[in-house]
Design a binder for this molecule. Structure first.
Ligand code: C2E
Ligand code: MG
Ligand code: MG
Length: 577
């Protein structure tokens, strides 16, 4: 409204008596509250509306140059934001209805009521219009980010498809989901999560052209409609642009947060022609992008639907697996490099699923992580591993250390310290015999949460090691902040250690780094004697790999231990003899 709440009214009325009456009533009953400008033709009204700002229009329907509902619609055309009140010569229920349906806010009957009534009608009309506008905005836009919402997105997509048919070009639909957004929300709080979504929206908008639509469907799900593209490749170019745009850190409550998107893309009319199916395709492709390691994009292909069914089946099976006791732990020995003795084991989960046989963890752990099932599964792993330590001790192997792998979600979605300590207490083992393995990438992503949990675990005597080391980008100073005991060189470096000089250099550097920080260095995936002797020369402490043993069931591991003991006593006997 204009200054000092003075309401500026445009009165469109060709009858001078009516004009005078309205003015007099308002200035008598509400002096100083209204400024009234008068015109007596619709054309004049339209011109003045374009030049000046009014708060409300009060208009007669029958003017010299216009009549009936057309008067209302033409005023709306010239400015759709203006509230309109109709001055009607007669009282009629059906006319009143028509007037309001045509988009006017109210109507007044000439010669009825006083200045107060007119004043109230004017104010209400302004308020009503504002609420209407707000509602229609809410119905189409996402209030957090200002992006199009699901409704407007569907409408725009529908229209884009029609337009493109005429131009014989393509429309690309992208479905974008932020990787691990839930973690950020849970750890830094919803306000931070909101800020992040706003920043992401801004970056997405920067990657698109004017005619394109960026929408937020809810949560951390975004869609982009690229209209009128010539080649499928054009969509890939934008997808890459989006990945790059998301790279810079976002500052949230004092933390630098990195966000990566997974993008699914489908093309109209190549993949499908209906809005619903296109959305489904893009969603499926997005899941595929996530499976392939996140922070990437993936075009939809017809084969994907069957994969999704497979995935859904795995997910359903996974939900029942714990209850049905379908999980088993395999154990892979960890060897001290200097004397080649077993010093412990890493517990590696397997899923014995009737339908599909023994399923390796890489096939189901990602699904367990996404669905949150990793929390109860992880608890089972920790408990079972601790029980195993207890039973080794009973059998006389009292010095073995058991390592378990822990996922990020076990830190964010459960009280991991309590879970671990409970298991240790219940199985009555020493905490020194338990080790948790977390990946380097977890440290990078969830700094704030893990640091205190790790510290607590460490204070209770639990060992901590960093898995897949070398694949992330930890710096020295960074590592020092965590209370860790060991680094595990990722097997991708070990594999070509004797043939690829880069890998050899990285492995040597990790070993030197570990030594300088007084950490134990473990090499993963050692398969040959050559690899082992290289590692030994560099001063690596421990090794794990097929050279010594694959991961094996508990009975077989016990067998390995017995054999080792037997050969040691044999050695002892021969030495004594
Ligand atoms: P990881 O923790 O890095 O485990 C090492 C993986 O390397 C294991 O694969 C192991 O079987 C394999 N491996 C060991 N020695 C060799 C070798 O000499 N050559 C080759 N090529 N491979 C070797 P696996 O058992 O398939 O496990 C894969 C990953 O799944 C693990 O990687 C770990 O990240 C995850 N995982 C396994 N069990 C669990 C679990 O209980 N909880 C969680 N959260 N993750 C688990
Ligand atoms: Mg591991
Ligand atoms: Mg590893």
């Amino acid at each position: 409204m204009s200054v000092d709440n003075i309401i500026k009214v445009l009165l469109v009325e060709d009858n001078e008596d009516d004009t005078r009456l309205v003015k007099e009533l308002l200035s008598h009953d509400c002096p100083g509250k209204f400024v009234i400008e008068t015109v007596n033709r619709l054309q004049e009204a339209i011109e003045i509306i374009k030049q000046e700002e009014f708060d409300v229009v009060l208009t007669d329907l029958s003017l010299p140059d216009s009549d009936g509902m057309e008067t209302i619609s033409r005023i709306q055309e010239s400015n759709s934001n203006l509230p309109i009140i109709v001055l009607s010569g007669q009282e009629s229920e059906s006319l009143a209805m028509k007037i309001v349906q045509s988009g006017a806010q109210d109507y007044l009957v000439k010669g009825q009521g006083d200045g107060y009534l007119i004043s109230k009608a004017l104010r209400y009309a302004i308020e009503r219009k504002r609420i209407q506008e707000g509602l229609s905005y809410l119905a189409q836009y996402d209030s957090l980010t200002g992006l199009a919402n699901r409704n407007l997105f569907r409408e725009r997509l529908g229209r884009a498809l029609i337009r493109v048919d005429r131009n014989k070009s393509l429309v690309a639909l992208m479905f974008i989901d932020l990787d691990r957004f839930k973690n950020i929300n849970d750890t830094l709080g919803h306000d931070a999560g909101d800020k992040l979504l706003i920043e992401v929206s801004r970056r997405l908008e920067k990657c698109t052209r004017d005619g394109d639509t960026v929408a937020r469907l809810g949560g951390d799900e975004f869609t982009v409609i690229l209209e009128d593209i010539k080649h499928v490749d054009d969509a890939a170019v934008i997808a890459r642009k989006i990945l790059v745009a998301m790279e810079p850190a976002i500052k949230l409550s004092g933390y630098e947060v990195f966000v990566t998107p997974s993008i699914g893309i489908t093309i109209y009319p190549l993949d499908d022609t209906s809005v619903n199916n296109l959305l489904k395709n893009a969603d499926t492709a997005m899941y595929r992008a996530k499976e392939r390691g996140r922070n990437g994009f993936q075009f939809y292909t017809a084969g994907m639907n069957t994969r999704t069914i497979e995935r859904l089946e795995l997910e359903a099976g996974l939900r029942r697996a714990l209850k049905n006791e379908e999980f088993v732990l395999y154990y892979q020995p960890k060897i001290a490099i200097d004397n080649r003795q077993i010093i412990g084991a890493e517990a590696l989960i397997r899923w014995q699923y009737k339908k599909l046989g023994l399923i390796p963890p890489l096939k189901f752990i990602p699904i367990a992580e996404e669905t949150g099932l990793i929390v109860p599964i992880g608890e089972w792993v920790i408990r079972t591993a601790c029980k195993q330590v207890a039973s080794w001790q009973e059998a006389g192997f009292t010095d073995l250390r058991m390592a378990v792998n822990i996922s990020a979600r076990q830190f964010t979605d459960s009280d991991i310290v309590k879970v671990v300590l409970d298991a240790v207490i219940q199985t009555n083992i020493e905490p020194q015999h338990l080790e948790v393995e977390i990946t380097e990438s977890m440290l990078m992503e969830d700094t704030s949460i893990n640091i205190s949990a790790l510290k607590e675990l460490k204070e209770h005597g639990i060992q901590i090691s960093i898995d897949d080391f070398g694949t992330g980008y930890s710096s020295l100073s960074y590592l020092k902040r965590f209370h860790i005991d060991a680094l595990k060189i990722d097997q991708s470096f070990v594999r070509d250690i004797t043939t690829d000089s880069d890998d050899a250099a990285i492995a040597s550097a990790v070993i030197a780094l570990g030594q300088s920080l007084h950490l134990t260095v473990v090499a993963e995936g050692v398969e040959t004697e050559e690899q082992l002797s290289f590692l030994k020369k560099q001063g690596c402490h421990e090794a794990q790999g097929y050279l010594f043993s694959k991961p094996v069931p508990a009975e077989d591991f016990a067998q390995l231990l017995q054999e080792e003991k037997a050969s040691q006593s044999h050695k002892l006997v021969t030495q004594m003899a």
